[in-house]
Design a binder for this molecule. Structure first.
Ligand code: ATP
Length: 477
């Protein structure tokens, strides 16, 4: 049960709703309900042919921005299964809990914190289950499903999924599916330092799947049971942590700009002292104004994890994780600044932010609504579509040739579509966010030019076939 948080007038003017996004995603092959033909499995979704491209573009641009373009960040691709002690050291076994309440009458289950936020409008992060139970009781909160005052006390429920290594559940070793990518970067800190390629300040970056046994219903792909994170652990001298935090704050804003997210629906929120996680001395959430009743919700996080994790892993593993700083000729445990980005929430806000409906005239001259995804060309699944004006061999042949040449010369994903009315084909490309349509028509045969149609304003220009590759490359860098 996601709670409503502070809607603004900007929000009420938006045309986009989560239902429209989910419907478009299913219709056009971005995201399908998981296990759909079996009736679905709650909070699981599968990325279809276009969704997988959007997601790859996000991850590749992120990796290029933070790993390839910088000399102070290196990559890691660690396993999903790690030694069980890792999660004791990190605090996840003891503390990665959601407070849950059950209804004794109808057996529905709810997050106590969400129920309190929604029904009483109070922020309860950092409160104990006992304090939450008291709030629910004192205010007579009833079951939102059956309306009876039969809610149990709140109790902690660990959100890590576990499984067993070994042939038998009874004799095997219980391990967890990682609930975050961060820990492997602390666990491999020593190996990475000893490869000799890095010096503090430096970062380790990782993109990967994580798993959380979330109880709350999801709001499409906002809250999933398995999702992907893009995280950086940036190791610094302890006295440089505060300054580095500010640098990362700007870098995260810059990243959002680089994928075309409008600032009007973004804000940052500083965590209060009683809201901070056990490992953090300062946390800022990037929040996005989601449509409808969702309101402002966490998109990304930035935390100063201090030397908590390295100190914990040092204590639990017995390995010395101090860093020897040659410049200063002393040993210390570095502090860690952690920017964390959810891949799926990035895809979701890209779709929401890009969604637009425009009143226009259809091919028969009747009023019509044009649905356009104004995705930044960097993240759009197809960078361009090659369309012969009609399905005739004299047009299809040069169009297919152009498609192949463009594909080879630019290395980007293109669509090719030759069936149906050209107006309808343009609309389909608008709806999936393709920034450019390149049309081969009868004039092309003589003048060796094509018509390029721009998605956003539907303007058209004529470009020589020989120049299309370099023109397209310039548009999408
Ligand atoms: P929330 O408060 O929404 O549960 P969180 O504070 O638990 O999020 P973090 O542990 O900071 O989230 O995770 C880092 C990032 O991973 C989040 O900023 C978000 O982008 C993403 N994320 C977290 N939980 C989920 C989820 N269940 N489904 C999809 N993405 C998620």
């Amino acid at each position: 049960m996601e709670s409503a948080r502070g809607m603004t007038t900007v929000e009420t003017a938006r045309l986009v709703t989560m239902d429209k996004i989910a419907a478009l995603c299913k219709r056009r092959g971005f995201v399908f309900p998981g296990s759909d033909i079996y009736g679905g499995l709650a909070n699981t979704w599968d990325y279809g042919p276009l969704g997988v491209e959007l997601k790859r573009n996000v991850k590749e641009h992120w990796w290029r921005t933070f790993v390839h373009r910088r000399r102070d960040i290196v990559g890691l691709d660690a396993g999903i299964l790690m030694h069980p002690r890792v999660w004791e050291a990190s605090g996840h076994v003891a503390g990665f809990n959601d407070p849950l309440v059950d209804c004794r009458t109808c057996r529905s289950r709810f997050r106590a914190d969400h129920l309190i936020e929604e029904r009483l409008g109070l922020q309860v992060e950092g409160k104990t289950p006992t304090e939450m139970s008291r709030l629910l009781q004192e205010n007579g909160v009833k079951c939102p499903v059956c309306g009876n005052a039969t809610l149990t006390d709140a109790r902690q429920f660990n959100m890590m999924f576990s499984t067993t290594i070994g042939p038998l559940a009874e004799t095997g070793v219980e391990v967890y599916l990682r609930p975050e990518t961060a820990q492997a970067m602390f666990v491999q800190f020593k190996n990475i330092v000893s490869t000799g390629r890095v010096k503090v300040p430096f970062g380790i970056a990782q993109i990967g799947k994580v798993f959380r046994n979330e109880i709350t219903p999801g709001n499409f792909i906002f809250r999933l049971l398995e999702f992907e994170q893009m995280e950086i652990e940036f190791f610094v001298k302890p006295d440089e942590a505060a300054e580095t935090f500010e640098v990362w704050l700007s870098a995260m804003w810059e990243w959002l700009r680089s994928i075309g997210i409008g600032e009007q629906f973004l804000r940052v929120r500083e965590h209060d002292a009683d809201e901070l996680s056990h490992y953090s001395s300062r946390t800022i959430d990037f929040e996005y104004l989601f449509p409808g009743s969702m309101g402002w919700r966490e998109l990304y996080g930035l935390a100063n994890r201090t030397d908590f994790d390295l100190a914990q892993h040092q204590a639990f593993s017995g390995e010395d994780l101090h860093y020897f700083d040659q410049g200063e000729n002393r040993k210390y445990l570095p502090y860690v600044i952690e920017p964390t980005f959810g891949v799926d929430r990035t895809c979701l806000i890209l779709l929401i932010d890009a969604y637009d409906e425009e009143e226009t005239i259809d091919v028969n001259g009747k009023p019509d609504i044009r649905v356009v995804l104004r995705l930044h060309p960097r993240v759009a699944p197809f960078k361009a579509a090659v369309l012969p004006l009609m399905k005739k061999p004299e047009l299809a042949e040069p169009a297919q040739e152009l498609y192949q040449t463009l594909s080879d010369e630019t290395g980007v994903l293109l669509d090719y579509d030759e069936t149906g009315n050209i107006g309808k084909r343009y609309r389909r490309q608008d709806e999936i966010g393709t920034p450019f349509c390149i049309t081969v028509d009868f004039d092309t045969i003589d003048d060796h030019c094509v018509t390029v149609r721009h998605r956003d304003d539907m303007s058209q220009e004529r470009i020589a076939i020989a120049d299309v590759s370099s023109w397209l490359r310039e548009q999408i860098v």
